[in-house]
Design a protein around this ligand. Structure first.
Ligand SMILES: [Zn+2]
Length: 196
């Protein structure tokens, strides 16, 4: 079945055109000149939200894997203290990621002023980071089986380099700029999590 414009019902070739990962443009209908299907943007937003939640949950798991005593000592006490400890870890995860994205946007903005053809929005940069962090999924295996904590840091290095590559593609920056940005953002996040 072909694709149709939701306004006038005329057939359209595609609902969006993808220029690079996360960088898409919605197709306009040739007949009525309106966006063929504006709801596709909602579907993309839906996907971004889900990815962001999984990203935060995996980050929370990472903290538990690195420091299981934080939760285990509370488990023996009461349900309430365990919930408080979990809440603290989650709050720390959210805070460290807020810092991560703040630094990321500031640094990406500095490339932007240097290059006039840079047109990526913060949303696209965020999507590039979220989807290039899929190595984090290995944390789940570490929740089940015993791994040396070194494995967590190896996963971090994979995520960091994968983020650097994604940043380079999406911002059209130099390799050194994207590696530096990824490294500084990850370092700031790591320090915040260790202080928590
Ligand atoms: Zn139309």
């Amino acid at each position: 079945m072909g694709l149709l414009c939701i306004n006038c019902g005329s057939p359209v070739n595609a609902l969006f055109i993808q220029y690079s990962p996360g960088n898409i443009s919605l197709t306009k209908c040739a007949k009525c000149k309106a966006v063929a299907d504006e709801y596709i943007e909602c579907e993309i937003m839906d996907l971004v939200w889900k990815a962001a939640i999984i990203f935060l949950l995996l980050d929370t798991c990472r903290q538990v894997v690195l420091n299981p005593s934080k939760l285990h000592s509370e488990l023996s006490r009461s349900d309430l203290s365990m919930w408080i400890a979990t809440g603290k870890i989650m709050a720390n995860t959210v805070l460290s990621n807020l810092l991560f994205f703040c630094i990321l946007f500031i640094m990406v903005n500095s490339f932007k002023s240097k290059k006039e053809n840079f047109e990526n929005s913060y949303m696209e940069v965020s999507m590039a980071i979220l989807f290039s962090s899929y190595f984090k999924i290995f944390i789940l295996a570490m929740m089940v089986w015993d791994f040396p904590s070194l494995t967590v840091y190896i996963t971090d290095i994979f995520v960091m380099s994968s983020n650097a590559v994604a940043l380079r593609v999406i911002t059209n920056s130099r390799m050194l700029e994207s590696i530096g940005t990824s490294f500084i953002c990850h370092l700031a996040k790591l320090l915040t999590q260790h202080m928590g």
